[in-house]
Write a protein that binds this ligand. Structure first.
Ligand code: PMP
Length: 393
C-alpha cells in the first residue's frame, strides 16, 4: 500500500499496557485500572425528565447548530461556580465549552506547540495529556514532584536553562495519577515564577470539586494576574462523562484563538448536551449531587487505604488522597509493575503500571489504583489478592 501517514502519527504508538488491560473487561476481573466514575451515581431518572423538558422547551434549538463559544446560560453558570469554588474572577465570555476537557488539552497543544518546543509537566502526569500534546511533536521535560506538588527549585532551574519552553501542564488538585494536591505555598511560589518567565500554563482540574476532607485550596488561576493560566475542567467526574462537556476558562485573547481552533475541529460542542446540563442545574440541586458522589468515593478511598494498610507488607508506599479518584503506589526498585500486573491478572485483579505516566523516564516500580468504580467489598477483595501476589513476588 502506497499510503503514507503524517510523521506525527508515528509517535502515537499502541501501548503494550493497554493491550494487556483489555482482559480487564471480563466481569470477574476486579479492575482498579480505569478512571471511571461510579455509574450507579449517574442521575438517570432525572436525566430522563430533563431530556424531555429540553426537547419540549427548546427542541428545535437543542437539535440545531449553535455557537462555537457554547450555550450562554451554561457559560454563565460555569463562570459563577468557578468564581465561588476556585476563587477565580472569570466572566462568561472567558469560558469556552469544549467536547470534554480532553479536547481542551488537544487545543492547547495545537495553540502553542511547534515541533521541538518544550512542554513541562509534573513527573508523573496524566497519560492522555501526554498523548494529546505528543501529536504536536514537543519535547517533554518532566519536573520532579513530591507530596506537595511540583518542586519549584527544579522548575526554576529548568526555566533558567531551557529557552523554548512553550507550555506548562499541571494538575494541582488530586492529581491523575498520584492523587496528590499542591500545597498553598507551592501554588504561590509557582505563580511567582510563571509571572517572571511569562509562560502559558494549562491548569487541568477535573477532580478539584471532589474533596473528601480538608479545606479547598485556591486554584492557580485565582493567583493569575497576567492572564497566563488556562483553566481546564469538565463535568465528566462531577456529573456524567457520556455528555462530553468540558470547558476552558482563560483570558479573552486566548479564548479568541481557541474559538478559531474549535471552529476547525468540530464547530461547537453538542447543543443538546449543553442544554441538558444547564437545565439539570436549574431544576435539581447540583451541589447535592456532588455531595453524594463525595460521600461514596470517600468510603471507597477509606476501604482501599485500610485494605492496603492491613495487607501490604514490606516497603510499599502509598498515599492517602484527600479527594479525587486515585492513589499511587511505590514499590522497591526491584519490583516491576508490568510483571506484577501480568501475575495479578492470573488472579483477576488489575491496575495501571506507572510507566506510562512518565513521558521520558523508565520508572518501573510504581502503579496507579482507582477506587471510584466499585463497592467496598470488591475493593477489599481486590487489594487482598494484589497483596498476596506482591508477597509471592
Ligand atoms: N484531565 C485529566 C487529568 C483526566 O484525568 C481526564 C479524564 N480521565 C481528563 C482530563 C479528560 O476528561 P474529559 O475529556 O472526560 O473531560
Amino acid at each position: 500500500m502506497a499510503v503514507t501517514f503524517a510523521k506525527r502519527t508515528e509517535i502515537l504508538k499502541r501501548s503494550e499496557i493497554r493491550e494487556i488491560l483489555k482482559i480487564t473487561q471480563r466481569p470477574e476481573v476486579i479492575s482498579f485500572a480505569g478512571g471511571l466514575p461510579a455509574p450507579e451515581l449517574f442521575p438517570v431518572e432525572e436525566m430522563k425528565h430533563i431530556a424531555v423538558k429540553v426537547l419540549k422547551d427548546s427542541g428545535s434549538q437543542a437539535l440545531q447548530y449553535s455557537t462555537t463559544e457554547g450555550f450562554e446560560p451554561l457559560r454563565q453558570k460555569i463562570a459563577a461556580r468557578m468564581n465561588a469554588k476556585f476563587k477565580t474572577i472569570v466572566q462568561p465570555n472567558n469560558v469556552l465549552i469544549t467536547s470534554g476537557s480532553q479536547q481542551a488539552l488537544d487545543f492547547s497543544g495545537k495553540l502553542f506547540i511547534n515541533t521541538g518546543d518544550v512542554v513541562l509537566c509534573e513527573s508523573p502526569t496524566y497519560l492522555a495529556a501526554i498523548s494529546a500534546f505528543s501529536a504536536y511533536e514537543p519535547n517533554f521535560i518532566e519536573v520532579p514532584t513530591d507530596d506537595n506538588g511540583m518542586i519549584i527549585e527544579e522548575l526554576e532551574r529548568i526555566l533558567q536553562t531551557v529557552d523554548n519552553v512553550k507550555l506548562i501542564y499541571i494538575i494541582p488538585d488530586f492529581q491523575n495519577p498520584t492523587g496528590r494536591t499542591w500545597s498553598l505555598e507551592r501554588r504561590q511560589q509557582f505563580i511567582k515564577l510563571i509571572n517572571k518567565y511569562e509562560i502559558p500554563v494549562v491548569e487541568d482540574n477535573p477532580y478539584g470539586e471532589l474533596r473528601f476532607e480538608g479545606s479547598p485550596l485556591p486554584s492557580i488561576k485565582s493567583f493569575d494576574t497576567k492572564g497566563l493560566v488556562i483553566f481546564v475542567s469538565t463535568f465528566s467526574k462531577t456529573f456524567c462523562p457520556g455528555l462530553r462537556i468540558g470547558w476552558i476558562a482563560a483570558d479573552s485573547s486566548f479564548i479568541e484563538k481557541f474559538v478559531l481552533i474549535k471552529q476547525g475541529a468540530d464547530l461547537h460542542t453538542s447543543s443538546i448536551s449543553q442544554r441538558e446540563i444547564s437545565a439539570y442545574m436549574e431544576v435539581y440541586d447540583f451541589e447535592e449531587h456532588i455531595k453524594r458522589i463525595i460521600s461514596v468515593y470517600k468510603k471507597r478511598r477509606d476501604a482501599m487505604i485500610n485494605a492496603m494498610q492491613e495487607h501490604f507488607i514490606g516497603d510499599i508506599q502509598f498515599n492517602r488522597p484527600q479527594g479525587g479518584l486515585f492513589t499511587w503506589v511505590e514499590m522497591p526498585q526491584r519490583i516491576k509493575a508490568v510483571e506484577l500486573l501480568k501475575r495479578c491478572l492470573q488472579h483477576d485483579v488489575a491496575f495501571v503500571p506507572g510507566d506510562s505516566f512518565f513521558p521520558n523516564r523508565q520508572v518501573e516500580n510504581t502503579f496507579r489504583l482507582n477506587y471510584s468504580n466499585m463497592p467496598e467489598e470488591r475493593i477489599y477483595e481486590g487489594i487482598k489478592r494484589l497483596a498476596m501476589v506482591l508477597k509471592d513476588y
